[in-house]
Design a protein. Structure first.
Length: 42
């Protein structure tokens, strides 16, 4: 069961990086999303 969880997390990380291109791109996506949500409450 633990091996399955590790494989699932690894596969999820690969998919996220594939969508963003790089770790930096993933950080920018998260930052942009946070800025958008912050704008909803202002």
């Amino acid at each position: 069961m633990q091996r399955l969880a590790i494989l699932g997390l690894g596969a999820g990380l690969v998919l996220v990086l594939a969508g963003c291109g790089t770790v930096e791109g993933m950080g920018r996506d998260i930052s942009d999303g946070a800025a958008a949500v912050r704008g909803w409450f202002r």
